[in-house]
Design a protein around this ligand. Structure first.
Ligand code: ZN
Ligand code: ZN
Length: 345
């Protein structure tokens, strides 16, 4: 089978590898589409994502959908040819956090396409993957593979909005309008937000944010506007930080009203981030975080399959596996792309 293997920063090679064999309880999935995520871009361009560095040849990708190719022993309910979205995370089910209902903090999590452990957990940008049967969520035949692969970032957005608490009637600021940011926006709308304002440095991103439901968009370079939001103990009930930049977090802490919530979803650079943290104290900010997702993956596939969340403005480009390097370059260029997919024939 062919696999897109990252050998060094900005150099993916298409290598021929042996297809993996499923063991009991596992299935082999023929991958048909995979989305490039911000963490994939960090690994590709910087050799690391947040605190996790690439230390061996590495197959990226954790957002994918495909068809069941063959099933191992003891697998029921999945048959060859069935169309599935694949949850990249497999929690152990027995550790302290799994027992607390927090599988995203599993002490033995195997999350595909992540360098958080060594050897790395290889990812999904290859023709065949072997996963646990429980990681596969059947989707309707009518749903495109690339759309189905959006279940992963949508699950991230659903988890974050759940963590933030009720948004009913809330004035919400979204900082950072990448693919996850725009999905957060769509989920916040469905969760009853009264008004959602979106901020980003990219005009293209702000345009997509408007098409998925932002009431108002503001360029992050507009320092006067951010100063106005900061005045009189802040403006927004809830600020969702989805830029993963210290500057974005600073905007969030300044713009939230006293007693409001800042939800950190963006993956900040490794190490410490200089921000005006004293505002957490002086404005009594509830500063919270959201990491990946817990049990929202199946709901995310349903939301997509039912058409309740319109993904079309987000899905801007698709490339073949052979064009992987080009796909990463385009995905990195926020002036022209939003979510870029690899498609596998
Ligand atoms: Zn992702
Ligand atoms: Zn566990």
């Amino acid at each position: 089978m062919l696999a897109a293997v990252l050998h060094e920063p900005q150099r993916i090679r298409i290598d021929e590898l042996d297809p993996p064999e499923p063991a009991a309880g596992q299935v082999r999935v023929r991958v048909r589409a995979g989305g490039i995520c911000g963490s994939d871009l960090s690994y590709y361009f910087k050799g690391k994502s947040g605190d996790f560095a690439v230390r061996e040849p590495f197959i990226l990708g954790h957002e994918a959908a495909g068809e069941i190719d063959c099933v191992g022993a003891d697998v029921t309910g999945l048959v060859r040819g069935q169309r599935v979205a694949v949850n990249p995370g497999l929690a152990c089910g027995t550790c302290r956090f799994c027992r607390m209902g927090m599988p995203n903090h599993c002490l033995d999590m195997r999350f595909m396409g992540s360098a958080s452990t060594f050897p790395h957990s290889q990812g999904m940008f290859r023709q065949f993957i072997v996963v646990g049967a429980t990681q596969c969520v059947p989707v309707p035949e009518s749903l495109g593979f690339a759309q189905a692969s959006m279940a992963e970032p949508l699950a991230v957005a659903l988890h974050a909005v759940k963590q933030a608490g009720s948004l009913v009637g809330a004035r919400v600021l979204l900082v950072g309008c990448g693919p996850v940011g725009c999905l957060l926006l769509a989920v916040a709308r469905r969760a009853g937000a009264h008004r959602v304002v979106a901020v980003d440095l990219s005009g293209k991103a702000l345009q997509v944010a408007r098409s998925v439901g932002a009431d108002e968009t503001v360029n992050a370079a507009d320092a006067d506007q951010i100063a106005r939001w900061s005045a009189q103990r802040g403006t927004f009930d809830v600020v969702i930080e989805a830029s993963g930049s210290p500057a974005g977090l600073d905007t969030a802490l300044r713009s939230v009203r006293a007693g409001g919530t800042v939800m950190q979803v963006g993956n900040l650079p490794a190490g410490q981030s200089p921000v005006a943290a004293n505002l957490v104290m002086s404005k009594e900010i509830r500063y919270m975080g959201s990491f990946r997702f817990a049990n929202e993956y199946a709901v995310a596939t349903d939301e997509i399959a039912s058409g309740r969340i319109d993904l079309s403005p987000l899905m801007t480009h698709s490339f073949s596996l052979a064009e992987a390097n080009r796909a990463f370059e385009i995905a990195h260029d926020r002036s022209q792309s939003m979510k870029v997919h690899l498609s596998f024939d």
